[in-house]
Design a protein around this ligand. Structure first.
Ligand code: RP5
Length: 190
């Protein structure tokens, strides 16, 4: 498959593999996918569980490089072994996103992902949505060294983000409350 990016260069196949331990992680991991889409970074998304589908995990991690994947983003919650085990089976950079767990609010996920033994690194991001977004941005920053169109897309993203903040310097003016039904009726009658 050949993908035409916003900057008109041709990239064959997905460059980022977003994997997650369960479909229940999608609520968090979709933010990584959305961010990559905004930057026109070709990516794929898959559920790959370290505990429930260990053979699939090995197959995915071991085969990713050959398929042209350059960065893997792995999200998992609780006893979050997916990012670490993926990193153990590939030399591609692996970015781990701790998904917020019900029992421990994601602290378990964070520690499981961050506390890797020396020799097998996982770049660990923040718990939840912010971590998923930043994993995508970090993946884009890594890819930018080789793919100039991704570097430029990231530059534009950052510029736009700055503009958005500068456009609303006073937060008290940012929120205009919607009129209630009775207020709207009164206005119609007047
Ligand atoms: C982990 O267990 C997954 O990454 C998920 O965050 C968590 C719960 O999974 P489900 O029971 O919702 O499938 O492996």
């Amino acid at each position: 498959m050949t993908v035409k990016t916003k900057h008109e260069s041709l990239v064959a196949g997905p460059l980022v593999g977003i994997i997650m331990g369960s479909t229940s992680d999608w609520e968090t991991m979709e933010h990584a996918a959305k961010t990559l889409s905004e930057l026109n970074v070709p990516h794929e998304t898959r559920v790959v569980s370290a505990h429930r589908t260990p053979d699939l995990l090995f197959e995915y991690a071991a085969g990713a490089e050959k398929r042209g994947i350059e960065v893997i983003i792995a999200g998992a919650g609780g006893a979050a072994h997916l990012p670490g085990m993926t990193a153990a089976k590939t030399v591609l950079p692996v970015l781990g996103v701790p998904v917020e767990s019900k029992a421990l609010k994601g602290l378990d996920s964070l520690l499981s992902i961050a506390q890797m033994p020396g020799g097998i690194p996982v770049g660990t991001l923040a718990i939840g949505k912010a971590g998923a977004i930043n994993a995508a941005l970090l993946a884009a920053a890594m890819l930018g060294a080789k793919h100039p169109q991704i570097r430029e897309a990231l530059r534009e993203f950052r510029k736009l983000q700055t503009h958005k903040v500068m456009a609303t310097p006073d937060p008290s003016n940012a929120f205009v409350p919607r009129k209630t039904k009775s207020q709207r009726k009164k206005r119609k009658r007047a």
